[in-house]
Design a protein around this ligand. Structure first.
Ligand code: PLP
Length: 415
């Protein structure tokens, strides 16, 4: 199946051997066209011995069991979303959480926390999402971080390294990291210290439609499902696609630390996947157009977009199927001019978050990356006057008209 078909059809509980062949005769039951939402927190059982078997399987991190037992161990609605997302990423499995940060938390615990072989050290490349930066920099989960340039990942690996963390395209500068090259470095660094060091890619900006990190040698792919996967700004979630072996560890962490995705969220995210390919392609066509127009506007100092950075276009061609629909830009006149642009907009919504059907704008230094120390922000290229634009499905001419009038007014008042 091609990706559009998988997005629409995966994990809906439809017969896989054809509708007629799976006809069960005169007493057949209708198959719901849309799978139901299972809100049950607990499940009744007939025999304690068989429910105990199910419980054992789930405690060992199994994907499912005949009896889900308790909603912290398994939920069928959430599992459908996980199965569909795993298929889209070309992964064995996926494990969903209440948010992107809950997913990152569970990952850090499972990568670093195993009692016998504690590996609390994380090698990471800036910039990453502000919350992730804060979680790693403060070490509040007992991890220690080495922030390095992408070409120093191998050298930074130590005997106690448990994880390499990268984000590409990166939030909010849209910088790209070469996933294959980092994978090679992690393997070389791992060989040097005698361990296998997993690489996780936060692929939130690319979605499974534009980038599949596992095919490029990464071990785990993380998404803030709150963004493009949900796509409508009405559900929070996070998900990690990975091998079944990693999924077992993540489920075992999730069942005791919680961070569970609510079944209603699982339902909405599964539904969101159905239109994901169409939304991503249309939104990125709009973003390509706006990035070009912004680059030639007199009030704009620079535009950051995959393919615009030095040596970027070769990497975009090699590891992505398009640049995505988030861009950032700096206007001439600094922070006050940037604020004037945001305040002058009439259609585009000033708000944090991204990946929704409507266009959103914000200044990362002021909001999403506020938790990162000012010096670290500056090092990572997140200047105070940088604006991040998440381009939606509105007509691109309406979006441009709005940007143009706001830029013109800000430019006039700065001049
Ligand atoms: C938003 C975001 C996160 C955090 O996800 P939440 O769902 O807000 O917890 C992580 N990574 C990236 C790239 C993000 O944009």
């Amino acid at each position: 199946m091609r990706i559009e078909t998988t997005a629409v059809r995966a994990a809906r509980g439809e017969p896989t051997d054809g509708w007629l062949r799976s006809d069960s005769g005169s007493n057949e039951r209708g198959i719901p066209h849309v799978p139901g939402i299972d809100l049950s927190t607990t499940y009744g059982f007939h025999r304690s011995s068989s429910v105990a078997e199910s419980m054992d399987a789930l405690l060992e991190g199994a994907h499912d069991a005949p009896n889900p037992v308790y909603a912290r161990l398994h939920n069928p609605t959430v599992a459908r979303f996980e199965d569909a997302l795993a298929q889209l990423e070309g992964a064995d499995a996926a494990v969903a959480f209440a948010s992107g940060m809950a997913a990152t938390t569970a990952l850090l615990i499972s990568a670093s926390g195993e009692a016998a072989s504690r590996r609390p050290h994380v090698v990471a490349v800036r910039p990453v999402y502000g919350g992730t930066d804060h979680l790693l920099s403060t070490g509040m989960l007992g991890t220690q971080v080495s922030w390095v340039d992408a070409d120093r990942v191998g050298d930074a690996i130590r005997p106690d390294t448990g994880l390499v963390f990268i984000e590409t395209p990166a939030n909010p500068t849209l910088e790209l990291v070469d996933i294959e090259a980092v994978g090679r470095q992690a393997r070389a660094g791992g060989a040097r210290v005698g361990a296998s060091i997993p690489v996780v890619v936060d692929s939130t900006f690319a979605t499974p439609i534009l980038q599949n990190p596992i095919a490029l040698g990464a071990d785990l792919v993380l998404h803030s499902a709150t963004k493009f996967l949900g796509g409508h700004g009405d559900v929070m979630g996070g998900v990690i696609a990975c091998s079944e072996e990693w999924a077992v560890r993540l489920r075992q962490v999730r069942m005791v630390t919680d961070g569970l995705l609510h079944p209603l969220g699982g339902y909405l995210l599964h539904r969101g996947l159905q239109t994901l390919p169409v939304r991503v392609r249309e939104q990125h066509a709009h973003a390509i157009e706006l990035a070009e127009r912004l680059s030639s506007h007199e009030a704009v100092r620079s535009v950051h977009f995959p393919g615009y950075g030095e040596g970027d276009s070769e990497l975009v061609a090699r590891q992505m199927r398009g640049p995505g629909s988030v861009l950032s830009f700096r206007v001439k006149g600094g922070v006050s001019a940037a604020a004037a642009v945001v305040e002058g907009l009439r259609l585009i919504t000033p708000a944090v978050s991204l990946g929704s059907v409507d266009t959103l704008i914000q200044a990362p230094a002021l909001l999403t990356h506020r938790v990162v120390e000012a010096d670290d922000r500056a090092d990572a290229g997140v200047s105070d006057d940088l604006l991040r634009l998440s381009v939606g499905l509105e007509n691109v001419e309406d979006l441009w008209a709005d940007l143009e009038q706001a830029l013109a007014r800000a430019w006039a008042s700065a001049a």
